[in-house]
Design a protein. Structure first.
Length: 119
């Protein structure tokens, strides 16, 4: 069988882009690991119980002055209060020290309709 767009293996057989598929899985795994890492750091930093909801998302932005990728973290306290923060870097580049100190928690209260429209 001739080699087409997918390329050929060393044996001359079509490879069907298998390395592309493996690379995609690797990137997805690394991205998921970064999301879980930030969730764990958030739980520890703000002393959240294991059952507390913590959401971490990587958001793209095309607005002028907005970073192309940034990370948004939201969590809820036991009384239902929502907290939110933005880190102006891709989730894979976030380190634990990027999170604000635990004593700033009250400053992270998310008010409905405020602060969600841009960076």
């Amino acid at each position: 069988m001739p080699c087409l767009q997918g390329g050929c293996s060393r044996s001359g057989e079509p490879s069907y882009g298998s390395t592309d598929v493996l690379n995609a899985f690797s990137r997805d795994f690394e991205h998921q690991a970064a999301l879980e890492r930030v969730k764990a750091w958030t739980r520890a930093r703000f002393n959240l119980p294991a059952q507390a909801t913590v959401l971490v998302s990587e958001i793209s932005c095309a607005l002028p002055g907005c970073p192309p990728l940034h990370t948004v973290v939201a969590f809820w306290s036991e009384d239902g209060q929502r907290y939110q923060l933005k880190l102006f870097k891709p989730v894979a580049q976030v380190i634990a020290d990027d999170l604000p100190p635990g004593w700033m928690r009250r400053a992270l209260v998310a008010l409905d309709g405020m602060g969600d429209e841009c960076c």
